[in-house]
Write a protein that binds this ligand. Structure first.
Ligand SMILES: Nc1ncnc2c1ncn2[C@@H]1O[C@H](COP(=O)(O)OP(=O)(O)O)[C@@H](O)[C@H]1O
Ligand SMILES: [Mg+2]
Length: 387
């Protein structure tokens, strides 16, 4: 249910502005002007985010309607002010009508929040956690895939098979299908355009990679990212899940905002490598989540050390970056994943190391991280059967 903020602000200088009356202001000109308005706290403008629903001009009055999802009353208030300001700067505009339809984001971000009943999220998904990184290439997808498999093993051992989902939202380079051994897969479509996720190693998977041809250059814009994510949440038959892991595209803003606009997250995990170049950007990503009230569950350091065949540790990419990032964001270091040829090979072969070498060092680390993560989000709600 949306609340409607309606504003009609009269320009007191109507008489002097009448001189501009002959100016016809086009919808394109209004859109161009609105591109100067950034979503509060983000570098992206409201037009490219797809928040502008309508724009028109008649008799000196510019009319704009926006639709957004937020629980922060300061956001629509600030947007209204800035939209008003930039419209009035257009020659010919002496009055504005700005409508902002606001849908509440999520219920209060309670600890271990319950998604059940929250608008836009299937009631059967108990928890949704984003896996994020500021920088690409830090091993975020490798981490997400192995963590999902480790959690699936853990829950299966506890008599809860099939309750882990992995949603690959990286539309630029969806790598989850190959890494988990579902390359070339195509989800079945059930009645009502509902996609059935593919399942591998006990994990239910949905990815852009299933829907987009390898050879198709994908040029996606902000609003389309949102649409895709929305469909992945609402039009996929996830079934009952204890946890849905969401592999985000790398970056520190737009995708995260799009995601919280459509999917209420219960938390986020940041993946970083130990060196400063990566941790600085990871920290930015962390601050982004805090800004939108998504709790940071912890930092995972990847490629922390190389274990040589003799069992000696070599810290190739420096030391301490993960801990430092966690400290600076007021969260914990969930664990340190070694740099191992088996981890890369597992990803390339579609058999994650957690599955191929369940007794190895990497599997042990991923299982420990999974258990810490579950402990961080418990007591978690268990969806009632049959909903
Ligand atoms: N801990 C690791 N040990 C060895 N190779 C790794 C490790 N983590 C990631 N890789 C490799 O690094 C590359 C980038 O990883 P990927 O998960 O695609 O990163 P991202 O999703 O952050 O872009 C892949 O080839 C992957 O196999
Ligand atoms: Mg990736």
């Amino acid at each position: 249910m949306g609340i409607l903020i309606y504003s009609r602000a009269r320009n007191l200088n109507v008489k002097t502005s009448r001189a501009h009356f002959s100016h016809a202001v086009t919808t394109e000109a209004i859109h161009a002007a609105l591109k100067q308005v950034k979503y509060p706290g983000f570098s992206r403008d409201i037009v490219s985010f797809g928040l502008v629903r309508a724009a028109a001009f008649a008799d000196g009055t510019a009319r704009v309607s926006l639709a957004l999802t937020t629980s922060d009353p300061k956001v629509p208030a600030q947007l209204k002010r800035e939209v008003d300001q930039c419209l009035r700067a257009l020659p010919g505009v002496n009055d504005t009508v700005i409508e902002i339809a606001v849908a509440p984001a999520r219920a209060a971000p309670a600890a271990g929040g319950n998604l059940a009943g929250t608008a836009g999220t299937p009631k059967t998904i108990a928890l949704a956690v984003a896996i994020a990184s500021g920088k690409g290439g830090v091993g975020k997808s490798t981490f997400a895939v192995n963590l999902a498999c480790a959690l699936a093993q853990h829950l299966t051992a506890k008599g809860r098979p099939g309750r882990i989902g992995l949603m690959d939202c990286d539309i630029y380079g969806p790598s989850v299908p190959l890494m988990i051994g579902l390359g070339g897969g195509r989800p079945e479509v059930a009645e009502g355009n509902i996609l059935i996720p593919l399942e591998k190693h006990g994990v239910k998977v949905m990815s852009m990679g299933f829907l987009v041809d390898d050879n198709t250059p994908v040029v996606w814009r902000g609003p389309m990212i949102m649409k895709t994510i929305q469909q992945f949440v609402q039009n996929v038959r996830w079934g009952e899940l204890d946890l849905l892991l969401v592999d985000l595209p790398p970056g520190t803003g737009d995708a995260q905002l799009s995601l919280v606009q459509t999917l209420p997250l219960d938390g986020a995990v940041l993946v970083t490598t130990p060196q400063l170049a990566a941790t600085n950007i990871a920290r930015k990503g962390g601050l982004m989540f805090q800004k939108v009230n998504v709790p940071l569950l912890g930092v995972a350091e990847n490629m922390s050390y190389f274990l040589d065949p003799a069992g000696n540790r070599h810290t190739l990419f420096g030391e301490g970056g993960g801990q430092k990032t966690a400290d600076s964001l007021g969260t914990i270091l969930l664990g340190q994943v070694p740099l191992l040829p088996e981890i890369r090979a597992g990803g390339d072969a579609g058999e994650p190391v957690v599955v191929s070498s369940p007794d190895g060092e990497a599997a042990r680390v991923f299982r420990a991280i999974g258990e810490t993560l579950l402990a961080r989000v418990t007591p978690k709600p268990v969806p009632a059967a049959g909903r």
